[in-house]
Ligand binder design. Structure first.
Ligand code: SAM
Ligand code: SF4
Length: 329
């Protein structure tokens, strides 16, 4: 079993395969995009597969593919199919904005992807455009329908933004009435890629929950699974469930079991750190399996206690504001 210096189990990797995206969600990146990484900066699929197989041997049991938007990277299904065949990997999953995903759903099911996180901040096409700056709402809904049709578990990620989509909280909760989906509301984090800062978080997890309670006073608490980042609830007689993720308030650090690898191969042992090890450079400089394994173990044994400590450790004490697309949400 892989553990860190605080005794927390590490068994979950989030791998961001690209920083590029076909949407411009305002909380994630500026409208004119990012200073995209060049192809040679990105980990190749071969390098990703090598790193993942080593990490699975070390104790990683679950891998989530994310980005940027995973489906804008060419031949992503090839990587997913290879990962799904890794012995020792219990779960392969992904997070997508759903714009290009619908045609791949049957293949995802076939290779054993049984759960997908679909980002959907609103059920209104105009508000979707205002948030994501692209007119792609219909395609996202098509992906949603396909996932349900192919019996793939759907978790909807909705970032709650003051003045942008708080009127969507109740309609999104409404989806859980007849559909077996988990709708998860996420506190907005500072990872917007353009440095705009907030004077304070207007909609923290408590306020989101209060809003839902006003409409559904009989909402009940579910037992959260051991490493869950979401506080989970259900409305009696609803098929689906509701989650609230305190991503800014950072209530879940005590049981954090996840590590991240960015598109350029930087290992992050906390969402809020600035990167602790460049795995790509090690590999390209000829590191052996043992060298890489030792470097990883060293990084895991110096993990920050929580996201506040990790953010403070950034050089120059700069607060975190890079795009979530370069981190892998
Ligand atoms: N493009 C894919 C998508 O949107 O699902 C995958 C990558 S995206 C960076 C992963 C998740 O991070 C999405 O659910 C998105 O809503 C969330 N996210 C991005 N920026 C965020 C921010 N500033 N605060 C909270 N969540 C954010
Ligand atoms: Fe793209 Fe996802 Fe970021 Fe939106 S949240 S801009 S879909 S990477």
């Amino acid at each position: 079993m892989l553990t860190d210096n605080h005794g927390r189990k590490i068994n979950y990797l989030r791998l961001a395969v690209t920083d590029r995206c076909n949407l411009r969600c305002f909380y994630c990146m500026p409208e004119d995009g990012l200073n995209w990484l060049s192809r040679s900066d990105l980990l190749t699929y071969e390098e990703m597969l090598y790193i993942c197989s080593l990490l699975v041997k070390m104790g990683i049991e679950k891998i989530r593919i994310t980005g940027g938007e995973p489906f804008v990277r060419k031949d992503i299904m090839q990587l997913l199919a290879s990962l799904s065949a890794l012995r020792g990997l219990n779960e392969l999953t992904l997070t997508t904005n759903g714009v290009l995903t619908a045609p791949f759903v049957p293949e995802l099911k076939r290779i054993g992807v049984n759960s997908v996180n679909l980002s959907l901040d609103t059920l209104d096409a105009n508000r979707f455009f205002a948030i994501a700056k692209r007119d792609e709402f219909a395609k996202v809904m098509e992906t949603f329908e396909q996932l349900l049709k192919y019996d793939i578990e759907v978790k909807i990620n909705a970032v709650v933004m003051d003045g942008k989509n708080t009127q969507d909280i109740i309609p999104l909760v409404g989806l859980t009435k007849d559909m077996p989906v988990s709708v998860r509301f996420i506190e907005e984090m500072p990872f917007n890629g353009d440095g705009h800062t907030y004077t304070g978080l207007e909609w923290n997890y408590k306020r989101i929950l209060d809003e839902i309670r006003q409409k559904y006073p009989d909402i009940t608490k579910l037992t959260d699974s051991p490493y869950s980042t979401s506080h989970n609830y259900q409305i009696p007689n609803h098929k689906g469930s509701i989650g609230v993720i305190a991503a800014y308030s950072r209530t879940f650090c005590g049981t954090c079991n996840r590590i991240r690898i960015t598109p350029e191969g930087e290992l992050k042992t906390c969402l809020y750190d600035a990167g602790v090890l460049n795995i790509r450079n090690l590999i390209r400089n000829g590191a052996t399996d043992a060298d890489l394994q030792n470097a990883l173990l060293k990084a895991f044994s110096h993990r920050h206690k929580n996201g506040w400590e990790a953010e403070q450790s950034r050089s120059g004490n700069t607060s975190a504001h890079e795009s979530m697309a370069t981190i892998g949400g």
